[in-house]
Design a protein around this ligand. Structure first.
Ligand SMILES: [Zn+2]
Length: 147
């Protein structure tokens, strides 16, 4: 059995936002962040939603790439009905790109990915030898360490 939400009222609000509080002013986030700390149910759903968002953005990017590749292949080899096939490939590319933009704008996926990128950069940074680390500009170092 999955744990129930510890506060149905807050849980319902969070569900309405797809468990995304990144759009809320920081000073108003306190209660919701507190709830995420206490409520395993909402933490689980937040993670699931973000996973779906990121998966969608990656899938649509791959899909757009494949359609573009298909267009290139058709254009190069010019089979019969090349124009029709090219149009189909372009339509597929346009649709994938459109969905990608919608996902990127409507969900916090870009924020999640930026976060993941920063964590990855930090992990690499921490493993660098000190003499190389010293050469990284101060500004960039602060950005990576998230302060
Ligand atoms: Zn909850």
């Amino acid at each position: 059995m999955r744990p129930q939400c510890t506060d149905k009222f807050v849980g319902a609000i969070l569900a309405g936002w797809r468990y995304d509080i990144s759009g809320i002013a920081p000073e108003m986030r306190g209660d919701y962040e507190q709830h995420f700390r206490e409520c395993e149910h909402c933490r689980y759903w937040r993670k699931l939603h973000r996973t779906i968002d990121v998966a969608l953005i990656i899938l649509t990017a791959i899909s757009a790439g494949v359609f573009l590749l298909a267009f290139g292949v058709i254009h190069h080899f010019e089979p019969r009905h090349a124009v029709l096939l090219e149009l189909a490939a372009l339509a597929g590319f346009a649709l994938s790109a459109l969905i990608w933009v919608i996902v990127a704008v409507a969900t916090p996926a870009p924020l999640v990915m930026a976060d993941a990128a920063r964590l990855g950069a930090r992990a690499v940074h921490d493993r660098l030898p000190p003499e190389i680390r010293q050469r990284i500009p101060e500004e960039l170092r602060l950005k990576i360490s998230g302060q």
